[in-house]
Design a binder for this molecule. Structure first.
Ligand code: SF4
Length: 365
């Protein structure tokens, strides 16, 4: 029976091996090769008996994505287009910085939430990604890292709404965190949502990761347009849910993303309203000037408008960062990824996975 190894976190892999009459330590050895050393050919797993290597070579599927193309930004950002077994293209982005290297992963092909500023939203919805396809974004993208660099952070801010694909996302996170997986600290993993309120608790009860929320507006009438799921779960309901979450503190805040759009949500009154709205929620707020693309009619505000907006937030006591955009020249910046690939016809006939709500993937460290 064929087994997709990367659909299982290392604990579940032990169970799968036990069902086949194999000892747990054999599962640990295989996980060590795949996640620890990046070896995906059972023939090279030299501490396994030859009979088991043969068995795994026949029964175990180890790769879910194949590289299609990589684009390199002048600022070091790398965008990978990765092909699924059913011929979809998924994009993931590596953002190297001085002290960390962040990978932004996708969780769906396209996205059903249709945020009006987002190139992914304009694609519509293709399908949910499997756990193995989420994990393989990590495997494929780390292969291209320069010597001496390792992935330090993973953000679920690529294409798609992670909370609409929790059955596949949660096992992927478990593999990221597991000592026999990628052994990442929970604070190095961030999941972003546009505000799928009923699923927020489910995520945080399952895995102790950072939560990011794509806010983008301080008023329902504006957010209804920018992030249409707001019509179902309006601001008050979203923020009340966040306020009621256990474990939030100054050390474990919610990370809010706010894309600044000229004349839409950049008025100082919006900033003052934000301060009032977020009162009582331990939080950090990332301001991201809009990255223009052909699928949305929005533009970034002038730098002085962005600075004034930020000033209001800081005066109101909100911890705020004005993010520098990364990867704009290769359409890898926030909300851009689908734009150029589609326009150029490079990924003809197939949806292109893209990130929409990632604030340059400069996630919490
Ligand atoms: S911003 Fe996020 S949730 Fe909204 S359409 Fe884009 S990918 Fe989907």
């Amino acid at each position: 029976m064929t087994l997709h190894l990367k659909d299982l976190d290392p604990a579940a892999l032990r169970e799968a091996f036990a069902e086949r009459g194999l000892p747990a330590y054999r599962a640990d050895q295989v996980a060590g090769w795949v996640y620890g050393r990046g070896v995906e050919d059972p023939a090279q797993m030299t501490d396994l008996p030859a009979s088991l290597r043969d068995e795994l070579g026949t029964d175990l599927v180890l790769r879910a994505l194949e590289p299609e193309a990589f684009e390199h930004s002048v600022d070091g950002t790398v965008k990978g287009a990765l092909r699924t077994a059913d011929d979809r293209i998924v994009e993931a982005v590596v953002i190297p910085e001085e002290e960390r290297t962040t990978l932004c992963v996708s969780t769906q092909v396209g996205c059903p939430l249709a945020c009006s500023f987002c190139a992914t939203g304009a694609l519509g919805f293709g399908r949910n990604l499997h756990t193995r396809e989420i994990i393989d974004q990590v495997c494929r993208m780390r292969e291209g890292l320069p010597p001496g660099r390792t992935l330090t952070n993973v953000v679920f801010m690529g294409m798609g709404e992670p909370l609409l694909n929790l059955p596949e996302v949660i096992p992927a996170i478990r593999t990221l965190l597991h000592p026999r997986g990628f052994a990442m600290a929970p604070r190095r993993v961030t999941v972003s949502t546009a505000g799928v309120v009923p699923k927020i608790r489910e995520l945080l009860e399952a895995v102790p990761v950072n939560l990011a929320v794509s806010l983008h507006a301080a008023r329902d009438e504006v957010r209804d347009v920018l992030v249409p799921i707001n019509k179902r779960y309006p601001l008050a309901e979203l923020l009340d849910t966040l306020r009621s979450l256990p474990r939030l503190s100054r050390r474990h805040p919610v990370f809010f993303e706010y894309t600044l759009m000229e004349g839409v949500n950049d008025d100082p009154e919006d900033a003052r309203r934000l301060v009032r709205l977020l009162r009582g929620i331990p939080s950090k707020l990332n301001l991201i000037p809009m990255n223009p693309h052909t699928d949305a009619p929005y533009r970034p505000p002038a730098p002085e408008v962005a600075s004034r907006f930020m000033g209001e937030l800081v005066r109101g006591g909100l911890t705020t960062t004005l993010r520098r955009s990364r990867g704009g020249d290769i359409d890898a910046a926030c909300g851009q990824l689908a734009a150029r690939g589609r326009a150029a016809g490079r990924f003809t006939g197939r949806a292109v996975a893209s990130q929409g709500e990632r604030g340059t993937a400069e996630a919490p460290s």
